[in-house]
Design a protein around this ligand. Sequence first.
Ligand code: S3P
Length: 186
Amino acid sequence: MERPLVLVGFMGCGKSSVARALASLLDCSATDTDALVELVAGMPVADIFATSGEAAFRRIETEQLEQALQAGGILATGGGILTREENRTLLKQAAEEGGLVVYLRAGAEELAQRIRKQPGKRPLIDGDEVLDLHATQARVEALLQQRAPWYTEVANLVVDTGAPGPDSVARRIVRMAGLRKPTVRP
Ligand code: S3P
């Protein structure tokens, strides 16, 4: 797949799993901006936030986004990538040039439940203390309110994730966007 297929959405909406499911359906590879940033920094995202701060993380994230969009293919992005205007512009441009930007939409309660399955992984939610479900959900709601308009603004397809797993969400994206496996020419 030459044109980028980018998944955006809040932490815990399943971008990385859906990207892997899409890759297997469409017979191509998938990348993830968080994984690319970790590779460059040589440490997990939570450690980058702890040692160098969010601004340092965001700088590397933008560089990796730019390169990944040029390379094309399936890309899962970090949930906060749209907090930078520069990144919103890059993604809107990708969509205008024929790329597909999909917003994986989920409600705050579902997101909080998923985030709680990997405690301490998300510095902006539970990086500083152990939270109960109510407190996790309150933090998710506050951030989601700020970010939801950006996800909608850049996306040319919105898919509600709901209860079904990543395979079902990936199949829905393929159907809604009319995607096909690349044809192998002899
Ligand atoms: C972030 C989301 C994370 C990761 C970092 C910041 C955010 O990615 O990039 O912790 O600001 O929403 P996921 O959406 O894959 O959890």
